[in-house]
Design a protein around this ligand. Structure first.
Ligand SMILES: C[S@@+](CC[C@H](N)C(=O)[O-])C[C@H]1O[C@@H](n2cnc3c(N)ncnc32)[C@H](O)[C@@H]1O
Length: 221
């Protein structure tokens, strides 16, 4: 997929900023994960990883995106936070890859206690391959929180209004909400069937406030 990382990052910084702490709080509350190893898939500028880091005491964060420009911005943002907060014991690593890649789990070579991903799923060409990779990348007892949303209906409406105002001031050009009709994501039942087949513990959060999120865990050994 071609994605203008700088353009998206500017929107995330200027308009989406308030959604990440809300989503991060929901991640931590639903998964119970506050420490260990965290992976952000389709991290973009790293805003969700950063908000989740602020909720806990993770000792390792890995950023994954297929877009090298996005990954660089995310690395810089997270490194800046870790340095300024003197959290130098938190390790940072990154992986420039398609989440659907067949050899991904072998290439990464480690597993994670928490995997988060927001707003990336609509772009994945092979949804089943991506979910199999996510499951393979979970440590025993690990949990993934994957999907999309704007934190709350009020935030979504606030951001839509801000976008409309920017377009009004720019003669009609400017940011727009993602057109869900272009999403490559599947019906919820397709993921449920796969997660059952994999033996995952799972829950689906799908509502007008939060969006749609798949919360799935690998049983502890
Ligand atoms: C809409 S942005 C969301 C960024 C970030 N998660 C956020 O919430 O601000 C989608 C990101 O997913 C990445 N992406 C899209 N398809 C991908 C794939 N198949 N594998 C890895 N990253 C992908 C894009 O490069 C982009 O950075």
């Amino acid at each position: 997929m071609s994605h203008n990382a700088e353009e998206y990052d500017a929107i995330a910084e200027r308009l989406f900023a308030p959604i990440y702490p809300v989503i991060a709080a929901a991640v931590v509350e639903r998964t119970g994960k506050r420490c260990g190893r965290m992976l952000d898939v389709g991290c973009g500028g790293g805003h969700l990883a950063l908000a989740v880091l602020r909720e806990g005491a993770f000792d390792h964060v890995t950023l994954l995106d297929e877009n090298a420009d996005a990954l660089k911005m995310a690395e810089d943002r997270i490194r800046g936070e870790l340095t300024s907060e003197n959290r130098t014991s938190t390790m940072l690593s990154s992986c420039c890859s398609d989440i659907c890649a067949a050899d991904l789990a072998e290439r990464i070579g480690t597993t994670f206690d928490l995997i988060v991903s927001r707003g990336s799923m609509p772009f994945w060409d092979d949804q089943m391959a991506a979910f199999k990779n996510l499951y393979a990348l979970l440590a025993p007892g690990g949990v993934a929180y994957v999907g999309g949303g704007m934190g709350s209906r009020a935030l979504r409406e606030q951001i839509a209004a801000q976008m409309a105002e920017i377009r009004r001031q720019n003669g009609g050009s400017g940011p727009r909400m993602f057109d869900m009709s272009a999403s490559k994501a599947l019906e919820t039942s397709a993921y449920e069937a796969l997660l059952e087949h994999l033996g995952a513990d799972y829950d689906v959060v799908a509502n007008d406030e939060e969006g749609r999120w798949f919360v799935f865990g690998k049983p502890a050994e």
